[in-house]
Ligand binder design. Structure first.
Ligand code: APR
Ligand code: PHB
Length: 393
């Protein structure tokens, strides 16, 4: 089978779906090909903090009905160390901007629903996606679907297929520079059917390791524990998780962590990764396909959205005017934000986690940094500005 479109998008995560949505609003045709099932991508539990800019974009582009009903707007976060909590008033410090708690898979569900309602092409469970002709003016993708092969000719390909995708690998050897760092720890995350024990997110530093208390709704809590890399979910029965969370999140004034049935459990590596540039010929990489940040800054999803916002505008300008100025600037524009987010996520990670071995000097530095943020206006403002997210370019 042969088909044509303007933009072929690989991957139906937030990056690919948001790109398809923004292009559609510009009257630009696209196809999205995804190797997992719709059911799978709609239920994959990931992060859940939306920056102000991400929320604004969803509102402005008409996909925020449920977000505005169910999303929880937060104006602060808590940093907890030495058994004492310190509130960072994000909105006061960052010009009234806030964050919204709304699960990534809810964003994915809303974007898929909008795409299907608009009658736009999206294929799930495709196999063996391949790219060709990316150095020329008429690239194409090829994929297998229900035992038949389809080739789609297009003007541009967007590689939105995540860290483990295939698009990045289609770029010839020697073009990309890779920057990466694997943190010496991972996160064990749970979703629990229990009302959150705090109204705002709690980032806790403890001698036994970092812990995070987050939430998804008034009846669902999301919690994380720092664990060793290579940890298996089976190493951590539910009771052990709650016990450890209670120790790491404990306060001197007797704060109580409510526990409840664990509905989901997973372990995620903590890594930093960037490729430069984010483009080769007519192939543009966006989101996790081009960069990963450690989850401590809650930036992954928001960076993916910022990338495709820049890309959609650049592609639209190309169709409207024939000028490739914005497309040529895509990588540089995105990478500025990516490296800022990378720096912020590394700053947060280094401040809050326990590193292997005993290092009393590092321990003191961590506490000094936490105190600077908790008691000093300037450091707190920098954290708040980054946390709520820089305005979209
Ligand atoms: N062919 C087609 N689809 C693929 C392929 C492939 N070969 N490889 C991967 N995919 C799909 C994945 O199944 C996934 O649905 O591409 C999608 C990539 O989505 P994400 O991994 O969610 O990445 P992205 O859209 O960039 O979202 C940004 O922010 O919170 C962070 O890491 C988190 O996923 C999040 C990311
Ligand atoms: C989440 O709620 O999943 C979450 C919150 C904050 C983070 C990371 C993840 O920094």
């Amino acid at each position: 089978m042969k088909a044509t479109t303007q933009v072929a998008i690989i991957g139906a995560g937030p990056a690919g779906l948001f790109l398809g949505h923004l292009l559609g609003l510009e009257g630009i045709d696209s196809i999205i090909v995804e190797n997992r099932s719709r059911e799978y991508v709609e239920h994959r539990v990931r992060a859940g903090v939306l920056e102000q800019g991400t929320v604004d974009l969803m509102v402005q582009t008409g996909v925020a009905d449920r977000l505005q009903r169910e999303g929880l707007v937060h104006h602060g976060i808590e940093l907890r160390f030495n058994g004492v909590g310190h509130r960072i008033p994000l909105s006061d410090l960052a010009g009234g901007r806030s964050i919204t708690i709304y699960g990534q898979q809810e964003v994915v569900k809303d974007l898929i629903a909008a795409r299907l309602a608009g009658g736009r092409d999206i294929r799930f469970e495709v196999e063996d996606v391949q790219l060709s002709g990316i150095a020329g003016k008429r690239p194409s993708i090829r994929f297998a679907e229900a035992a038949s092969a389809t080739t789609v000719d297009c003007d541009f390909i967007a590689g939105c297929d995540g860290f483990h995708g295939i698009a990045r690998g289609a770029i010839p050897d020697g073009v990309l520079s890779h920057y990466d760092y694997d943190f010496p720890f991972a996160w064990l995350g749970i979703l629990a059917a229990v009302a959150p024990s705090a109204n705002e997110l709690v980032y806790a530093r403890h001698e036994r390791g970092f812990a995070l208390h987050s939430l998804r709704s008034p009846t669902v809590s999301r919690l994380y524990l720092q664990v060793d890399p290579g940890t298996e979910v089976s190493d951590w029965p539910d009771d052990r998780i709650w016990e450890e969370l209670r120790v790491r999140l404990a306060t001197r004034d007797g704060w109580v962590l409510r526990d409840g049935p664990v509905i989901e459990k997973n372990v995620a590596a903590m890594r930093s990764f960037v490729v430069e540039p984010m483009q080769f010929g007519r192939l543009f990489l966006a989101g996790d396909a081009a960069h990963i940040v450690p989850a401590t800054g809650a930036k992954g999803l928001n960076l993916a959205v910022a990338d495709v916002y820049v890309l959609a505008r650049a592609i639209a300008a190309w169709y409207r005017t024939g000028s490739s100025t914005l497309l040529d600037a895509y990588s540089e524009t995105c990478l500025k934000r990516v490296w800022r987010a990378q720096e912020f996520s590394n700053y947060m990670s280094a401040m809050l986690h326990r590193y292997p071995g005993t290092d009393p000097f590092r321990d003191r530095l961590q506490v000094a940094r936490l105190e600077a943020v908790s008691t000093g206006e300037e450091a707190a403002r920098a954290l708040a500005t980054n946390y709520v997210g820089l305005p979209l370019p």
